[in-house]
Design a protein around this ligand. Structure first.
Ligand code: RB5
Length: 149
């Protein structure tokens, strides 16, 4: 089980705003502290403006694991994965949320805020936060990700 003393950073654009608010409430109910990087309303914004600060904070080692969403989850994931120390995985099932930790040692989960029901997103987040990286053969694979040709 993850230490409830850690702070969980979370970010979205307008497309993920409603889901972000839902998840913040649930995480707080579970005893976590949350750092909210915005967005702070459903007014249209550009997802990189919220995702870059979250991804940088993960990259800098300020938080171990982060949560983010945009409408599709794709723009957020593409932005966050620009950082060398970030492995952001796009998930739309609970099993995928488990696999990005077990196999990919993902440190950010990217959720499609407009395509997943909120209760599934919550379950995905709980599994993401409570699953450990398997290591072993997956370490070698992860090391190869940044070795572009
Ligand atoms: C916003 O309309 C939408 O483009 C954004 O939330 C996201 O899906 C981008 O990848």
């Amino acid at each position: 089980m993850i230490d409830k003393g850690i702070v969980i950073p979370i970010a979205s654009d307008h497309g993920g705003f409603a889901m972000k608010e839902f998840l913040i409430d649930k995480l707080k109910e579970e005893g976590f502290s949350v750092k909210d990087f915005g967005a702070f309303s459903e007014e249209s914004v550009d997802y990189p403006d919220m995702i870059h600060p979250l991804a940088k904070a993960i990259n800098d080692g300020i938080y171990p694991l982060g949560i983010m969403m945009c409408g599709s989850g794709n723009g957020a994931q593409m932005t966050a994965n620009k950082y060398k120390g970030v492995r952001a995985g796009l998930c739309w099932t609970v099993e995928q949320a488990e696999l990005i930790r077990l196999h990919n040692n993902a440190n950010i989960i990217s959720i499609p805020g407009r395509f997943i029901v909120f209760d599934v997103a919550l379950e995905m987040v709980q599994v993401f936060l409570n699953t450990e990286f398997e290591g072993g053969r997956h370490n070698i694979r992860i090391e190869k990700i940044s070795k572009t040709l």
